[in-house]
Design a protein around this ligand. Structure first.
Ligand SMILES: *[C@@H]1O[C@H](CO)[C@@H](O)[C@H](O)[C@H]1NC(C)=O
Ligand SMILES: *[C@@H]1O[C@H](CO)[C@@H](O)[C@H](O)[C@H]1NC(C)=O
Ligand SMILES: *[C@@H]1O[C@H](CO)[C@@H](O)[C@H](O)[C@H]1NC(C)=O
Ligand SMILES: CC(=O)N[C@H]1CO[C@H](CO)[C@@H](O)[C@@H]1O
Length: 191
């Protein structure tokens, strides 16, 4: 039996696209140190994380803020994976308290599953990175050149444990293995 397409059904099929911008509006009222402002944001749905950004088409850069709930003894990370998806190939920004107790932001490219995380270069340019911890949340601020000038990129984010002042591990189940999505930096939609 073929059902005629009625207006009510049409409306339903458009609901997801109507809902997403509303969610985006909620996070747009969040505030940042130094009066930083971002034109787009998206709740990432897992690991209590939200991504905020402003994309600059004139030079292919994005100003990014990644904010996620985490214990002060742990780390958070947000990454672009230009070549694949998931952890291997992830070009990450990580925030944690170092051994001196200072909040630090480093970059690290994950090339295997037993990494020795340390500050090192990514495959694309990072113009700035900074992190802070307040109200039980880390926020990482960074300006990056989106690799290949692409505006849709695989992204992955994480939260886990720190030992000896460096990120060492994260849970291997639940949301920790589902925290990835393709991010469209133009539309703001996670796919
Ligand atoms: C990129 O362009 C924007 C807007 O034109 C500008 O504000 C920003 O400073 C530029 N970023 C870099 C890293 O050149
Ligand atoms: C991205 O495109 C902009 C604008 O066309 C250009 O200025 C910039 O050099 C490009 N960046 C890269 C990494 O190719
Ligand atoms: C990172 O890149 C910069 C400039 O491209 C270079 O001077 C520096 O030596 C690199 N650092 C590492 C750890 O590879
Ligand atoms: C404190 C807090 O809000 N934690 C939430 C983080 O996200 C998980 C999964 O969505 C929730 O179950 C927690 O309540």
């Amino acid at each position: 039996m073929v059902l005629p397409m009625r207006p009510a059904m049409l409306l339903l099929s458009f609901l997801p696209s109507l809902i997403l911008p509303c969610l985006a509006q909620n996070c747009l009222s969040d505030t940042f140190s130094n009066n930083r402002l971002y034109t787009r944001c998206s709740s990432l749905g897992r690991l209590n994380a939200t991504l905020y950004w402003t994309y600059h088409p004139s030079n292919g850069t994005a100003d990014i803020a990644y904010r996620a709930q985490q214990e002060s003894s742990g780390f958070v990370a947000w990454a672009i994976n230009p070549s694949s998806s998931g952890m291997i190939g992830a070009n990450a920004l990580l925030a944690f308290h170092d051994s001196a107790g200072t909040v630090t932001a480093i970059t690290y490219l994950f090339s295997n599953f037993t990494p020795s995380v340390r500050d090192s270069n990514l495959t694309f340019r990072v113009y700035s990175r900074e992190a802070e911890y307040s109200n039980g949340k880390y926020t990482i601020y960074s300006t990056v050149a989106l690799p290949g000038n692409r505006t849709t990129l695989n992204t992955v984010w994480q939260a886990g444990q720190v030992s000896g002042g460096v990120p060492v591990s994260h849970a291997l189940s639940g949301d920790n293995i589902r925290s990835m999505a393709s991010t469209n930096f133009l539309s703001g939609v996670l796919e």
